[in-house]
Design a protein around this ligand. Structure first.
Ligand SMILES: [Zn+2]
Length: 280
């Protein structure tokens, strides 16, 4: 986990990096809690269907998966990092109970912010860290496209103009979505990625807006994975509010990723659907 040494002193004043790291950890706990809200539905859902040979297997998967989720949450909750964050929060709240400033703090995106802060600290420290946002060679683009095609054989990517333009189309729910990515190379060797969901009406405009506000703006792999998430995220409800339609009667048109702890220790990236109005 990130910066356990710095997070272990609840008494000290925290700098921005420590607060960001702590928020990233809390975000992961929040994600675990959100996932547990589905525990009961997951367990009883197979029993609502006519019994068949997979009923018991699905039921026991639901039970075991939920038990693991509770256990993982307990472990995470007791880590020194989280406990020290709680201690720091209590101390800070005791010193000043006015929480009005917190309204302007985004609820999501801390995992990415903590990672970015870590990366930029490393590169400032002179270590050779590859900055994914800085340069993207033609070979790198080709490699990312090949890798994507392997991971998502059912999503057809078409490349044009020597990989400067990538497009794809697929049906998501009952809607045909068409995406186009442009890779602009700038004179200084850097690149700029832009992406849109083609269409002049909703929900296409909302999809374009939520892609445009993606956290890792110049990471091509992450952008392609985000587009794929419009096909691969199965649930129709929002990972933040749990609803299908928001106040504007819009479906979740945004996709965001999070890292979750997996059985083999290395965190796994999962994609979730969000309402545009529910993005932090
Ligand atoms: Zn929502």
């Amino acid at each position: 986990m990130g910066a356990p040494d710095s997070a272990a002193q609840p008494g000290a004043d925290w700098d921005e990096a420590q607060c960001t790291a702590a928020l990233a950890q809390l975000e992961q706990v929040q994600a675990q809690l959100n996932d547990l809200r589905l525990a009961i539905p997951r367990i009883i859902e197979p029993l609502h269907r006519p019994a068949n040979p997979t009923t018991y297997r699905l039921y026991s998967q639901g039970v075991i998966g939920s038990q693991n989720g509770v256990n993982n949450l307990k472990v995470q909750w007791k880590t020194p990092e989280i406990q020290s964050t709680f201690a720091h929060v209590k101390k800070s709240f005791d010193a000043n109970a006015d929480l009005s400033e917190s309204a302007s703090i985004p609820s999501y995106g801390w995992t990415e912010r903590a990672q970015r802060a870590k990366d930029s600290k490393k590169s400032k420290g002179g270590e050779s860290v590859e900055d994914l946002g800085a340069t993207l060679t033609d070979e790198a683009i080709g490699g990312i496209v090949v890798e994507f095609r392997k991971t998502h054989p059912n999503i057809k990517l078409e490349t044009q103009d020597d990989n400067r333009s990538i497009s794809t189309r697929f049906v998501s729910g009952s809607v045909l979505l068409k995406f186009r990515i442009n890779i602009e190379h700038e004179a200084n060797g850097r690149h700029k990625l832009s992406a849109e969901c083609l269409g002049t009406t909703e929900p296409f405009l909302a999809v374009t807006r939520s892609i445009a506000s993606r956290p890792q703006a110049n990471d091509l792999k992450s952008l392609l994975d985000m587009i794929a998430a419009y096909k691969t995220v199965k649930g129709k409800s929002c990972a933040n509010c749990g609803g299908i339609l928001d106040k504007a009667m819009m479906i979740p048109t945004a996709r965001r990723s999070k890292k979750v702890a997996s059985a083999n220790e290395s965190p796994e990236t999962v994609w979730e659907a969000f309402h545009e109005s529910c993005l932090g």
